[in-house]
Structures are given as structure tokens and as C-alpha cells.
Design a protein around this ligand. Structure first.
Ligand code: AMP
Length: 440
């Protein structure tokens, strides 16, 4: 089958993301990968895959602006697997790694490694894919690193530990992926990242993905990337995710949440709170209202976190209450609803939180419940993310015009009134949403 020269799409530094939609075959993927994609029922490449796959195959550096849920993992994993499968397998000397993927969290490390394994299942001889991250025994990871790895997915801190114990060497890395670079830097991994980059060879292919581009990410891209193909995509979620905001008095938030869960009969709900104690308290209150919820935050042991997340993914846990630790990277297919019980501090985290819903073309709702003390902050989130969402009120839970006496924001200026100039508007549903909100 004739395949177009992948270099043609990568020739300019900026990719036309509206270019004709091409199939996986037309992107130049090898038969083993096409077979796997068929078995996974991936019918056509997502926008980021369209642009990234040919660029990586052609050996280009890539700067990708995309959030989890856009099909980003396959966008870099498929061409990396292809490059490794095509490169003549040299017998490895020592604990060397060919492709290194750096990620900010443990969960994401495991998830990305699982994706690599899934996508590489038909490649012979098998590629060795490993994930290393903190919170679990180093010894097991040291043992598995013996003989190196074709693909290593790692969090920066643990990887540095393993390098200092000579368990792994990075001087033969040919492809480096920095996944969720903004998150990595905002989590304070700057020093670790600098130390790691020094251990990598100067000549390598680098792919950097980030949902947002604050100054420190931009300077990292400038120092790290060599004439990259710039793939800046609007998130897929924009088409499929409905964002809603309901204003409510602070002391009525939990009753409103209970009401919404019961009214809509949602079966798989991810709720974000800003503090661990809020998660614990909210779980207790939901429990009292007959809604069983599990908690996911950094005080929980790694084993518990994995168990809870798996249970949630399988649909055995209906409600998961989490801090921002779950905001990035966690991939739960077809998660219908994400609720911001409290807002995240950073506007970028708002985007990451809502990215848990409406994955890869599926419909979803991101619902924020905001009280008077959060009005101003939500306006900042909107401004930074170039959003303007209509304020809604829920019948029986309408926010007072002024912040109530006990609300911490009495001193803050109230934000724009809900649409309808003071009239309560009755739980107005956006058109695209009706199906999801109706009881099944
Ligand atoms: P990611 O953005 O990499 O976290 O991917 C989000 C979800 O989309 C994952 O569940 C993938 O399995 C799925 N996915 C990725 N690419 C495709 C595709 N081309 N067609 C269908 N599903 C996909």
C-alpha cells in the first residue's frame, strides 16, 4: 500500500490541524500497529495523532499543546514503538534505556506504561516497557531494570534515585518524552528535571506535551527542542464537554450536590475538592445521605490509591472524591461527569480537572458549584482559560444575591449576576446536554 511521505506534514514548524483527515494507514504506521488499533477499535486518528505521528516517525522534535483525553498518549507511543521496532535491535550492554517518558505522577506513569504495552502487543520481538515511580519498593524496580528497557516511563524523583544507585543509564536514550510538562514544573520537579536532562545525550529526539504554556514551560521548550513541529490543538473536549456553573450559598453546597446526584442518577462521578480534609468530610456527609463515596488523595497509601482508582474505573465505586492529585493523567473512559465541589487554585488545574470527562470524543459534563467566596476566583479561571460560562441556579438552592453572613467572602465584590438579570433561571440545560441529564 502506498503511504504518503510523513515528512510532508512535518516540513513546516506549525501544523495545519484542519488538514485532510487521514487514516492510521495513511499516517505511515506499520501493519503490526494497525492490527492492534483495529483490535482496540480505534477507527481513526484524533487530531493530535494526525499531526504528531508522522512528525515523530520522521524524526522531528514535537511541541504538543494538548490535554489528556485528546489521545495524546497514543500520539507519541505509536510512533515511538514503530521507531523501536524498526531499529535493528542491538544487544544491550548494561542497564540502558532507548526511550524515556517523564511524567509528573505515579498514576500517570503506570497508565502510560500500560498504554505502551497495549499498543506494542503485536510487536515481535517484544519490547520491554517498564514504569518506575515513588511510593513503592525500589528493589523490585532495580531488579526489573537489569538488562535495561526499550521504553521507560518514570517520575523524575525516583528515576534520579535509580540512576544514583547505578540501576539505570540514560546515555543511550534516543527519544525523550516530557508528558504534562506544566504539571511537572508546577509540582516542583524543576531541579530534578534539570539534573535528569544533564544525564541525557545531547543528540536525541524530544517530544514535549503540555496543556498550558506558562513562562517556565516556554523557556524549557526553547532550551530543549530543536526546530520542533508545533502541534497546538484546541482540546477535543471543546466539542464534547459541556461546562456548567451553578451558584449556591456555601452552606447549601452539600445538600445541592446530594440532590443533583439523586436527581440525575449519575453512576460514575468524580468530585474534586481542594483539601484532603474536605474530601474526608464530604465523603462522610454523602454517606449520611445514602451515597457511598471513596476518597483519593495523597494521604492514602499507594496500594489504596491504586485499588480505589481501579474500582472506580471498573464502575464498582460510584463516587470518587479527590484532590488535584487526580486532576491529571488519569484516564477513565467515558466518565460522564466531573464536579468541582471546590475550585482549584490554578486556572490550568481547572482545565485538567474537567479533562477527566468527555474523553476522546465522548460526551461529558463538567459542573462547578460555586459559592460567593469563589465568584471572583472563578472569574479569574474563566479569563485565563478564555471562557465565559453562564451562571445557573438550581431550583430550591438559589444563591442569595449578597453573600450570607457566614460566608468568608463578605468583603469581596460579588461577580456578575447570574444570567437573567436577577431572575432565578430554572436549571436551564444546554441543548447538547439533555440526554445526559435525563434520568435513564
Ligand atoms: P489520552 O489522551 O492519551 O489519555 O487518551 C484518552 C483515551 O482515548 C484513552 O482511553 C485512549 O484509549 C482513547 N483513544 C486514544 N486514541 C484514540 C483513537 N484514535 N480512537 C479512539 N479512542 C482513542
Amino acid at each position: 500500500m502506498t503511504q504518503p511521505d510523513p515528512v510532508t506534514t512535518a516540513a513546516s514548524t506549525s501544523v495545519d490541524t484542519t488538514a485532510n483527515h487521514r487514516s492510521f494507514t495513511e499516517l505511515g504506521l506499520i501493519p503490526e500497529l494497525l492490527e492492534t488499533l483495529k483490535a482496540l477499535d480505534y477507527q481513526s486518528p484524533t487530531a493530535i495523532q494526525q499531526s504528531t505521528i508522522p512528525a515523530v516517525i520522521a524524526g522531528r522534535d514535537v511541541l504538543g499543546g494538548a490535554i489528556t483525553g485528546s489521545g495524546k498518549t497514543a500520539a507519541f507511543a505509536l510512533p515511538i514503538i514503530q521507531l523501536l521496532a524498526k531499529s535493528s535491535k542491538q544487544s544491550k550492554q548494561g542497564n540502558v534505556v532507548s526511550s524515556l517518558v517523564l511524567v509528573p505522577t505515579r498514576e500517570l506513569a503506570q497508565q502510560v506504561a500500560d498504554s505502551f504495552m497495549r499498543y506494542a502487543q503485536n510487536i515481535k520481538p517484544n519490547l520491554k516497557v517498564l514504569a518506575v515511580f515513588g511510593g513503592v519498593s525500589t528493589n523490585t524496580q532495580m531488579l526489573s531494570l537489569r538488562g535495561g528497557a526499550d521504553i521507560l516511563v518514570a517520575t523524575p524523583g525516583r528515576l534520579l534515585d535509580l540512576i544514583s544507585s547505578n540501576a539505570v543509564k540514560l546515555d543511550k536514550v534516543s527519544t525523550l518524552v516530557l508528558d504534562e510538562a506544566d504539571r511537572m514544573l508546577s509540582l516542583g520537579f524543576t531541579e530534578e528535571l534539570t539534573a535528569l536532562l544533564e544525564k541525557l545525550p545531547a543528540k536525541k529526539q524530544t517530544l514535549l506535551f503540555s496543556a498550558t504554556f506558562p513562562e517556565e514551560v516556554t523557556s524549557l521548550t526553547q532550551s530543549l527542542l530543536n526546530n520542533p513541529v508545533d502541534v497546538q490543538l484546541q482540546s477535543q473536549e471543546e466539542n464534547t464537554l459541556v461546562q456548567r456553573v451553578i451558584t449556591v450559598n456555601r452552606n447549601r453546597k452539600t445538600p445541592l450536590l446530594v440532590q443533583l446526584i439523586k436527581e440525575n442518577d449519575w453512576q460514575q462521578i468524580l468530585i474534586f475538592a481542594s483539601a484532603k480534609y474536605t474530601c474526608d468530610r464530604l465523603a462522610h456527609k454523602l454517606d449520611n445521605a445514602g451515597i457511598k463515596a471513596e476518597i483519593f488523595h495523597s494521604d492514602k497509601a499507594q496500594g489504596t490509591r491504586t485499588r480505589v482508582l481501579d474500582g472506580f474505573k471498573r464502575g464498582e465505586i460510584r463516587v470518587l472524591i479527590a484532590t488535584d492529585i487526580a486532576a491529571r493523567g488519569i484516564d477513565i473512559e467515558k466518565l460522564p461527569i466531573v464536579i468541582n465541589y471546590e475550585l482549584p487554585r490554578s486556572p490550568a488545574d481547572y482545565m485538567h480537572r474537567i479533562g477527566r470527562s468527555g474523553r476522546a470524543g465522548e460526551a461529558g459534563i463538567a459542573l462547578s458549584l460555586i459559592s460567593h467566596d469563589e465568584y471572583q476566583h472563578f472569574a479569574v479561571i474563566e479569563k485565563k482559560n478564555k471562557l465565559r460560562l453562564e451562571r445557573e441556579q438550581h431550583l430550591g438552592f438559589e444563591a442569595d444575591e449578597e453573600a450570607p453572613e457566614d460566608c468568608p467572602s463578605r468583603v469581596e465584590k460579588p461577580m456578575a449576576k447570574p444570567a437573567g438579570s436577577g431572575k432565578k433561571h430554572r436549571n436551564k440545560m444546554p441543548q447538547a446536554n439533555t440526554e445526559l441529564w435525563s434520568k435513564k
